[in-house]
Design a protein around this ligand. Sequence first.
Ligand SMILES: Cc1ncc(COP(=O)(O)O)c(C=O)c1O
Length: 412
Amino acid sequence: MTKRLRLADAPRLTKYGHMQFTPQLPDLSHPSGMASVSEIGAATEEALVHSASRLATPALVIQAAVVRRNISRLAEYAKRHGLLVRPHTKTHKSQMMARLQLEAGAVGLTVAKVGEAEQMRPTGDDLLMAYPAVDSARCERLAEIARNGTLRVAVDSRQAVDALATSACGANSLIGLLVEMDVGLGRTGVGTPEETLKLAQYISGIRGVRLDGILCYPGHIWAAADEQEPFLSTVSSRLRAAQALWSEHGLEAKIISGGSTPTAYQSHLVQGLTEIRPGTYIFNDMNTFRAGFCELSDCAAHIVCTVISDAVKDQVVIDAGTKTLTSDLCIPARESGHGFIMEYPEAKITRLSEEHGQVDVSLCTKRPKIGERLSIIPNHICPCVNLRDVFWWCEPDGAAVSVKINARGMLS
Ligand SMILES: Cc1ncc(COP(=O)(O)O)c(C=O)c1O
């Protein structure tokens, strides 16, 4: 039987600029229709409960109330604008978080990898892999997943279509395809509306796959929310041109999938979009905060670490290095260091080795002590989650439960 104990050493009251930050977050009521997370936690087989004194650092602590608020805020926005939400699970890689998103109205889940799809299948019967699959090893596993529910995959080449179709026919399943169009990132996706038409026509004549629509990812848009309109209008016109061409040729794009965290709340400016796929919004991080897409209090994921050395003048060392915080710099503020220490806003994490973080405390009025616990908001939360087996789900009353990160390390 599990017993719920208190996480007494949650981050203390601290100050960032004019903003007060407190770990005892307001008790936000559960949005209607959303199950209580402690119920879900208790139902999670791998859930373990530990006392605060046994919480080994570095630990990933997730503030439950902030997650609930982030999920319901996006759900309400999407509902208001007639958009469906298909959150990207690459951020949390957790069945429990996916369940919360689905209970708040998400239409299905997005994944990047087959391993993530396999892990998310028990939770979501409608999955989209927004990542190319071109080899038989990957496609055979996808075809198997498609036997137990809806599976769609984004494609930008005939090779991918052929590989998926062959595997689907072999497994007697059907895979829905979205033609990916590049809308400015220059990563994957065919370059023009005409090319989307060619690929769509190719797909519509092939057994084992079904043409479902168009996918785009506006990952290049990091402008402030109120300056995004011109960028999003370019995305709109490209999507509209593709859709018009498809319908001229008797093809229908039932799904037009787009969205990201930076553009999430401006998605209504993209005409024709049917669904959005933000991922980071569930936890947020210093990238989303410093770019102005959330408040510091919307950052749900904290790395709790311990000061392990103060031997060098004006410096302390924490037990979190690249194996915890990753090497990612903050996209909008590359000079800001390797994360934000909530209790010491003037401190700067200047250098990381694998298990050590060197912190310049020369500007701090008070110096952190050896053994003191610090809470860090990482620059980029998604790869940090992928480095851990569990996170600590912390309720506003301080109770914490350890939750397995189901798809961590599932990169194939
Ligand atoms: C194809 C695709 N869709 C959606 C997302 C989610 O975007 P964000 O990280 O801004 O939430 C990503 C992020 O990498 C992505 O690659």
